[in-house]
Design a protein around this ligand. Structure first.
Ligand SMILES: [Zn+2]
Length: 227
């Protein structure tokens, strides 16, 4: 028996460090282009080009994030086209009140999920690499509301990526105005086809996200196929 176990152990192939759980991940531009060719809704839309007036503050392109390291080489945000189209409607609706969206993160390559998991290791706040993140599917967005003229953020319960109870959607010990601001964001996002999660006021998922594959292409790789 001992011999059999030892034999099984040595015969296990080495895990791929970039995909330790052997998940089905689209990680070459060729595979991505094939997907898009079959179904044009699989394209990742560049939000700055797709949604006029949208503001970016992509924290993983700076050291101002949980890992204190720069994880993206560029200040960019992408979402799968169906999610980007819905977000455009949100932006249009908010604009009627002189408000708009500020994006903290959108599509996130799977390689970055591995780095975040190393830093956080709590599946309430970061996706476990054995499942991957909805951000990896281009279906999740982290965002808040700003005043379009001044760029000032509406006051929300916590700053972005504050992993405390205060960021939970059921946390009520907040000033009335803050509760109203959080409610405004929830209502406008739900109205246009996004779902909330309980632990982060800033995070929204496209309804039907599970139909889309995990992706691991850098922003630079996306540029090589989009232009
Ligand atoms: Zn998120």
């Amino acid at each position: 028996m001992l011999w059999t176990s030892a034999f099984l152990f040595v015969s296990v192939p080495q895990a791929n460090p970039k995909n330790p759980h052997n998940l089905p991940i689209v990680n070459t531009t060729k595979e991505y282009l094939n997907l898009v060719k079959k179904d044009s809704s699989r394209v990742l839309a560049d939000l700055e080009k797709f949604i006029p007036g949208i503001v970016l503050d992509v924290r993983y392109a700076t050291t101002n994030n949980i890992t204190k390291t720069v994880l993206y080489k560029q200040q960019r945000a992408f979402l799968l086209k169906p999610a980007a189209e819905k977000l455009k409607k949100v932006q249009e609706e908010l604009a009627e009140e002189g408000l708009g969206l500020k994006i903290f993160d959108g599509y996130r390559p799977y390689a970055v999920t591995l780095l975040l998991w190393d830093a956080v290791r709590d599946d309430r706040y970061a996706a476990s690499p054995d499942k991957g993140s909805r951000h990896n599917r281009g279906c999740a967005v982290d965002l808040t509301i700003v005043n379009l003229k001044t760029g000032t953020e509406l006051e929300m319960p916590t700053p972005y990526d504050d992993f405390t109870e205060k960021a939970h959607l059921n946390y009520m010990k907040l000033p009335k105005q803050v509760l109203q601001n959080r409610e405004k964001l929830i209502n406008v996002m739900r109205k246009h086809g996004f779902e909330t999660i309980t632990s982060e006021w800033w995070h929204y998922d496209l309804k039907g996200w599970s139909a889309y594959p995990l992706l691991d292409l850098s922003f630079e790789e996306l540029d090589t196929v989009h232009n």
